[in-house]
Design a protein around this ligand. Sequence first.
Ligand code: TPP
Length: 233
Amino acid sequence: MTSSPTPGPDPADAAGTAGPPPIGAVSDSEAEVLRGYYRQMALIRVFELRAAEMYTRAKISGYCHLNLGEEATCVGLMAALRPTDYLFTTYREHGYALARGADPGRVMAELFGRTTGLSGGRGGSMHLFDTELRLLGGYGIVGGQLPPATGAALAIAYRGRPSADSEAVMCLLGDGTTNIGAFHESLNLAVRVSCPGTPHEVMGAAGITAPHQHRRPHPVQPTPCQRPSQADL
Ligand SMILES: Cc1ncc(C[n+]2csc(CCOP(=O)(O)OP(=O)(O)O)c2C)c(N)n1
């Protein structure tokens, strides 16, 4: 009977690339911050699953776009914002509102169209606003958030020379938004006047239903009908 060879050290260990860092590699305060991010992501997941359930039970009217699978993106981006910064989002924004600090009950109430909702029940899923949180929408029109976000950044730049301490604007968009005129016009203006803004594209590789490789810049011309030949008749 042959004995199996004793496994040698994993070369990846020596390179420091194998597995997660050992427990204790982060300080207690860092661990608390990371746990906070995890709690936020878990909250978004549970919230969105509940919203999906309510939507399929026809309790939520209008459109309802979810951040399922984007929890880390929501929390990571919101962690980079300071309370004084402004946020403009797409219609897919429940998770961003929650990670920005909105009360989950008020966000859900908005989805139900109640007056206790974040936008007083007037906006619904796609139009979450909260000026105290500097959350300035929620836009149902693809790319609709880009011109007002650029305008906000322009107003900040107009009031004083942008510095590391000045307020900033974060504007979110999906990759299907880059063929909208407002995308090109807003970025062009923002660059020309050096606005303190940052556009963030959330890559879903699909414009809601259509994978991008199936989208065409121009409509396909239909093939003209051929007169049937005598042989076909
Ligand atoms: C001007 C405009 N055209 C079309 C629509 C319909 N529509 C809603 S979402 C969407 C796709 C947007 O894709 P993307 O920007 O990638 O966002 P995501 O897929 O993450 O929702 C479209 C075409 C719309 N809301 N506004």
